[in-house]
Design a protein around this ligand. Sequence first.
Ligand code: PMP
Length: 372
Amino acid sequence: MNANRFIAEKVAAVDVSGIRRIFDMAATMTSPMDLSIGQPDFDVPESVKQAAIDAIQAGHSGYTPTRGLPVLCERIDAKVAGEFPGWDPMVMVTCGVSGGLLLALMACLNPGDEVVYGDPYFVSYKSLPHLVGGKSVIVDLDDGFQPDPERFAAAITPKTKLIVLNSPSNPTGVVSTGERVRAIAELARKHDLLILSDEIYDLLSYDGRSPSPADFAPERTLLLRGFGKSYGMTGWRMGFAAGPQEIVTSMMKIQQYTFVCAPHMAQRAVLTAMDTDMSATVEAYRVKRDLVISELRDAFEFVKPSGGFYVFPKAPAKYASGTAFVEAAIKNNVMIIPGNVFSERDTHFRISYAADNKVLKKACAVLCSLAG
Ligand code: PMP
């Protein structure tokens, strides 16, 4: 039997060969210096772990309402109201930001509807619209990896429905400027579009708060945030969406038949997480950011990152592509990701600095020696 015949064309068309090749190469490495992973190297705070344990012990193991535990929804409501005075969106708890993204795209896109986003981009922005029958429209970010309102405007057609913004960004670590986010928000108003704002790294912002389209056009913002990166709990699959009632209600309709609800014990634990001060962890990550940029500054060209835990340098000119540089790095025991995973171009590479400082220093020295 040829089981491939059962695979939907849309799924078969999603290409994972580039990243698979890199992971196949990496599988041959013994104890690599791993600067590839998109998850924090700190553990979940003890009090938050204990809250999850307590929830399990107390028998909180059944379904929750599709929308999320009412007490958690109220807590998220209060957080959103505190940050965006005057905005009164509907909130729901999602299974990570990935869950929120999928529900939002399923709720909003008819076949052929277009989603505009900047390059470089987080990988899911390319595959998810395609999987739900929509169309990706990719616009180059400017040289500082900021969204350029003119380029976004030029990409808008009668089929455009959504703009995706992501600040702080994966893979660049860049925080969008308020001026650019405002201009994109105005564009959304002018063309009657919805902005999906992926703010999964909002807490990890080192040079001031990352602006949100909800600051400028809250009525047409669907905010997606997560707890995985901020609290070291990527596997707990927790996030939330906040936005127009009609859209969130439609997302809930889909959640009811798919995810059903976010993990119950994790919802209880997130209540504790939201009351936990993470400033020491954020400061430790600012130090990592500073360490990496000072180690790489002389050997590489890159835009200074202000959030998340990524840097996206250009591959040195002596390498034919980002992938060629990554292959050289892997041969030298440093695991990084080629830029073409996040871009239509193969010119850069992504470093995740969510790693031990000694490993970071050693790995940066290897990368610099390869550039020299
Ligand atoms: N958006 C961005 C920009 C991300 O970097 C990630 C995780 N790498 C996600 C969304 C998905 O997050 P989650 O694990 O909460 O689904």
